[in-house]
Design a protein around this ligand. Sequence first.
Ligand code: C2E
Ligand code: MG
Ligand code: MG
Ligand code: MG
Length: 281
Amino acid sequence: RAKADGRGVHRFFEPQMAATIHQRRTLEADLRQALRAGEFQIYYQPIIDIVTNEIVASEALLRWFHPMRGSVPPSDFIPLAEDTGLIVPIGEWVLREACREAASWPTPIGVSINLSPAQFRSRALTQAVVSALASSGLVAHRLELEITETVLLAENHANLSVLHRLRGLGVRISLDDFGTGYSSLSYLRSFPFDKIKIDRSFVKELPENHECGAIVRAVAGLGQCLGVATVAEGVETLDQLARLRQEGCTQMQGFLFSRPTPAAELRRMLAGPEIAAAPAA
Ligand code: C2E
Ligand code: MG
Ligand code: MG
Ligand code: MG
């Protein structure tokens, strides 16, 4: 912390801070160009029925291939895109592109798309969804929108009516990263979600961690009681998969079955014989 009266401290920190601000500005300038320059691609990660091992949906995950920086991970540019409002045009592009791609898949599985809270603030979200569905010809129930608890925070009360309007279109709504927010359970009361995605942090420590096992079991049970699908995120091992099946999760997603892959690769997976990570339960 550089205090106004601590001159020495101030001088010591200034060059570093300036460098950080400069890096952020150049990244922001590059991000502004990226859409026009065609540097974005969408990768797709299959979501699997945990009992039959069939692909039931695929999550669209944004990738930025910068000519000089190389591949920039979403964790580096999504927060910046949110702060600058660039997530609005970028998010609309993802919606259009992923709906168009999904409409061409050989099997009518779902496509799930991540939405940022900032996209709700733009007011144009419902219209963007309507036009993405119309221009692609994708039937609404194949589109799943993933939101996090932040969208439903008290100060965002208007977002709830947007969610209801989206649901009114026939689109499905998933609660992403479940368990990482401050009052997860209360959000399940505020909106009838179609799917709960159990955050990877709980899956990661299975089967060793007793608490994580108990939490996964409770959420899967909650899903069963509410008639809501539960997806385990970040499944990497057969031991984790066995435990998730035992606890009653209905779907899984993770490197064990497939990493996020380019659109063409996913289409091959959908057209070809089923690749089984494990024998069907
Ligand atoms: P998310 O929505 O929770 O997506 C799941 C993340 O977990 C993805 O990271 C995925 O690659 C990763 N993952 C999946 N299976 C495994 C596994 O078995 N092990 C491990 N270690 N990781 C796994 P990714 O692609 O880096 O995306 C990170 C986050 O960036 C996403 O988290 C999402 O919040 C955000 N994001 C990605 N694409 C978009 C987008 O188009 N729009 C918005 N608003 N956010 C996006
Ligand atoms: Mg997601
Ligand atoms: Mg997630
Ligand atoms: Mg996550």
